[in-house]
Write a protein that binds this ligand. Structure first.
Ligand SMILES: Cc1cc2nc3c(=O)[nH]c(=O)nc-3n(C[C@H](O)[C@H](O)[C@H](O)COP(=O)(O)OP(=O)(O)OC[C@H]3O[C@@H](n4cnc5c(N)ncnc54)[C@H](O)[C@@H]3O)c2cc1C
Length: 390
């Protein structure tokens, strides 16, 4: 029924990331005419970047656990969004395009072939066959004509990993009178002043099975040593300027570590004992060697306390250009959240937005892409409802 009502309607989608492509999918499947405009010469660039080191598309958490990871909208609103397009719906959609998915040891959903290029190509091909027009090199700006369309969806993304500052926040402020918060980095690496000798041994290598603690909280996982500092999920969750502590052996208590080290019969230095019985990886051993004083390295008790609580001065986050996502974007008070009109701009009926351009945030691990595609589907539902009734 909806199909016949919207078949004469024309919609514009600005932005060809996962949110825009999902909105286009839902609109064209309902029968609407869809044109996707993208400022770049090619489509879905950030999805390609996200997929360059393993395409993590979602997480196997239950919906309530899922929602607990999000900031921005209230839990009941996230819950409604996921009832419209759930993680299961997204996985089924990816599989319907011919891509096998699996859940990794971290409970994250991956595409089996671990990269985004084929998925993106298949998705765009499917949309083109369904009748969606794709227009590259076309930036939404203060002059863009919108009156030709019955409804418009903006899915313009956040501030991370961009070669230049996005123009759309200024256009939204000036043309639409919309409050847009400045972007700041999120899910980002932090800088640490490493001893150059440590870097020679450890750059590019992981600190495995550690617990990372700052005043913001604790997170277990793996960190990677980089020339400038650290990357990895624990620091994306709880990175903040100031002192952080690493537990290099979370499975054992301080007293059981001491007992194990004392049980070594040979007359070895504390570091050699640690190497012999504790199973720390080479990066952790290099950290203990290069970032301690010589007299501490001779003191077994001191070394044990460092293994459990190794202090690291975290200097500053890496810039927005290097961050996985961003905080900031369209103030959530600017969009409607009532059923049927979700994600419509209150000041501009018929215009919708979603994805990372809105001021919500989540940790990496599938939560970002999932929320983006979900909001693409939610906004598309709103656009269809608007064209039918509005
Ligand atoms: C290095 C990296 C790794 C990541 N890893 C993961 C991960 O493992 N798991 C996860 O869930 N997420 C990950 N992400 C995040 C994920 O890629 C984003 O959350 C997702 O792409 C956001 O989708 P979106 O459609 O809202 O925005 P985007 O994908 O950013 O798409 C927005 C599109 O709009 C276009 N655009 C911008 N301005 C205009 C304009 N004025 N006119 C026309 N077009 C415009 C942009 O060029 C872009 O193509 C990663 C991101 C990065 C950078």
């Amino acid at each position: 029924m909806l199909q016949s009502m919207v078949s004469a309607k024309k919609t514009a989608i600005f932005g060809s990331g996962p949110a825009g492509l999902m909105a286009a999918t839902r609109l064209v499947r309902a029968g609407a005419g869809v044109t996707v405009f993208e400022r770049r010469p090619s489509f879905g660039r950030k999805l390609l970047i996200a997929g360059s080191s393993g395409l993590n598309i979602s997480h196997e958490a239950s919906v309530p656990e899922f929602i607990a990871h999000y900031e921005g909208f209230s839990p009941p609103i996230w819950s409604r969004f996921f009832s419209i397009f759930s993680p299961k719906d997204w996985i089924a959609f990816v599989e319907s395009l011919g891509f096998e998915t699996f859940v990794g040891t971290s409970s994250r959903y991956f595409v089996r072939e671990m990269k985004a290029s084929n998925l993106l190509r298949a998705w765009i091909e499917m949309l083109k066959k369904a009748g969606v027009q794709f227009v590259p090199n076309t930036e939404f700006n203060s002059e863009t004509r919108l009156s030709d369309f019955d409804s418009v969806g903006f899915f313009l993304g956040g501030g991370s990993w961009e070669d230049r500052e996005p123009v759309w926040p200024a256009v939204f402020r000036e043309r639409f009178g919309i409050q847009v918060h400045p972007f700041s980095p999120s899910n980002v690496g932090y800088e640490v002043a490493w001893n150059p000798k440590f870097l020679q041994e450890a750059e590019g290598k992981p600190l495995k099975n550690i617990v990372f603690t700052t005043k913001s909280g604790s997170k277990a996982g793996e960190l990677v040593v980089t020339g400038y500092g650290l990357e990895g999920t624990p620091i994306y969750f709880h990175g903040t300027k100031g002192v952080a502590f690493l537990d290099l052996k979370p499975a054992l208590t301080q007293s059981s570590i001491l007992e194990k080290l004392k049980s070594v019969r040979e007359n070895l230095s504390p570091l050699r004992r640690i190497k012999k019985v504790l199973g720390l990886n080479e990066t952790a051993l290099a950290l203990l060697f290069h970032h301690t004083e010589a007299h501490d390295r001779e003191n077994l008790g001191k070394m044990v306390s460092l293994i459990k609580r190794f202090p690291l001065e975290i200097l500053r986050p890496r810039p927005l250009m290097e961050s996985i996502s961003s905080k900031g974007g369209v103030d959530l008070g600017e969009v409607r959240v009532d059923p049927g009109c979700e994600l419509m701009l209150k000041k501009h009926p018929g215009f919708f937005c979603g994805g990372e351009m809105l001021d919500w945030d989540a940790p990496t691990g599938g939560f970002l892409i999932q929320a983006s595609v979900t909001q693409g589907a939610v906004a598309a539902r709103g656009m269809l409802g608007w064209m039918e009734n509005g």
